[in-house]
Design a protein around this ligand. Structure first.
Ligand code: CA
Length: 243
């Protein structure tokens, strides 16, 4: 039974945290480390329009983290009453990538560097868990967040069989850090990513860096919804210092 009322969700106590002192922080990338979601939403909705599929920007945010073919098929079923063919998927995804690549590169998310710095200062191992599969990903991370990421502590779209909201990416992230779910914290921004972290049994912080209401993230399973990455940095700073 849903006990949601019309009043906004009460803020949760700041002391809420994972079951034990966290030993690792599993960071998502798009919408968490980079302010790239407006570019993704724009290129998705415009590419879909070229093929007669209507996708609002909100829908792009709701489906953030889903595979390209999964996203295309949701729209195809609704607008065409059938799945897209392999060829259609390829053409739409190519159009989306072209539009995306023509946009200026997304800037780092304000507060992301502070959040990474605070997590590291508190002794946490930092792991990247993204559905993105760009060959130049590490170089880009290194350019903006030097020294925080390394190939052995990264899970990307190349590594997993199931994308978010499946827990596999985060379970793999735990394995990379050599820890259990109770010893980790996930930092996410999107409903499907939150669902994945929650399904992996990990305490999941949602930084609401996009246009969706906080409630969408709470309902997806976020243990705590914070308004931006600066607040995530403050959350890490509030952890007891590393021994
Ligand atoms: Ca994301």
């Amino acid at each position: 039974m849903n006990k949601t009322t019309n009043s906004p969700a009460a803020p949760r106590p700041a002391a809420i945290g994972p079951a034990t002192r966290p030993r690792a922080a599993l960071f998502d990338m798009d919408g968490v480390l980079f302010d790239s979601m407006p570019n993704h939403a724009y290129s998705w909705s415009h590419a879909m329009t070229q093929f007669g599929l209507q996708m609002t920007a909100r829908e792009a945010y709701m489906n953030e983290g889903r595979t390209g073919s999964g996203t295309i098929n949701i729209l195809a079923r609704r607008c065409w009453g059938r799945d897209a063919t392999e060829e259609e998927i390829q053409r739409i995804y190519q159009a989306k990538s072209q539009l995306f690549n023509a946009l200026p590169q997304a800037k780092p998310m304000p507060g992301a560097l502070q959040a990474l710095t605070a997590a590291r200062e508190r002794g946490l191992t930092i792991v990247l868990v993204t559905g993105s599969a760009q060959a130049s990903l590490l170089e880009r991370l290194e350019a903006h967040f030097p020294g925080f990421f390394s190939p052995e502590r990264m899970v990307t779209g190349f590594d997993v069989k199931h994308g978010k909201p499946h827990p596999e990416p985060y379970l793999m992230g735990l394995a990379r850090a050599g820890i259990t779910a109770r010893e980790a914290v996930v930092v996410e921004n999107a409903p499907l990513g939150v669902e994945a972290g929650h399904a992996a049994g990990i305490f999941t912080l949602a930084a609401n860096t996009g246009p969706l209401p906080d409630q969408v993230l709470s309902q997806a399973g976020a243990d705590l919804v914070l308004p931006h990455m600066q607040a995530v940095a403050e959350w890490f700073m509030a952890l007891p210092p590393a021994q």
